[in-house]
Design a protein. Sequence first.
Length: 178
Amino acid sequence: MLYHFLILSGEKEDFVREILINSDATFLDFHEAIQESVGYDTSQIASFFVSDEDWDKGQEITLIRMDKRTDDEELIMQDVKLLDIMKNRKDRLIYQFDFFSNRGFFIELLSLSENRTIAQPALIKSEGEPPEQILLDDIGLDEVSSLLGLTEDDDEFNDEFNDIRFEDLDSDSYDEYF
């Protein structure tokens, strides 16, 4: 089956992308198609969120495993096919490409074409410039802290790590902190 997705930005009104992709493609395949369509640096972290009709975020589908301590609840892009999540026309996703300032794209499944497939994802409409991608390498720790709303005096930022002496930890203790 062939999926036709519409991708919009809340930042750039003239930005539109439409992508055709097979329903049995993974979310990683879709992520790569989106990244290619906007020319972003693919080394940056991104996630999909299943969304309702009001664009509220639901289940997250991450690029990489974020928490080694979680069980099978965490969905990873390379392990989840589009057809596992997207089943009906008008199903929605939020694609978050910038975690530090919570920026992303709004995605809607426009149509499903039975008995049709393509060799690889296809960009069929590209209008407007995408929002600028903020690269982690381009910003310093102070800017990251600011984007996260943390200050030097912020207990959430400091307390967890102030008393850690790495030389006192054995390898089994690392999981407690990471």
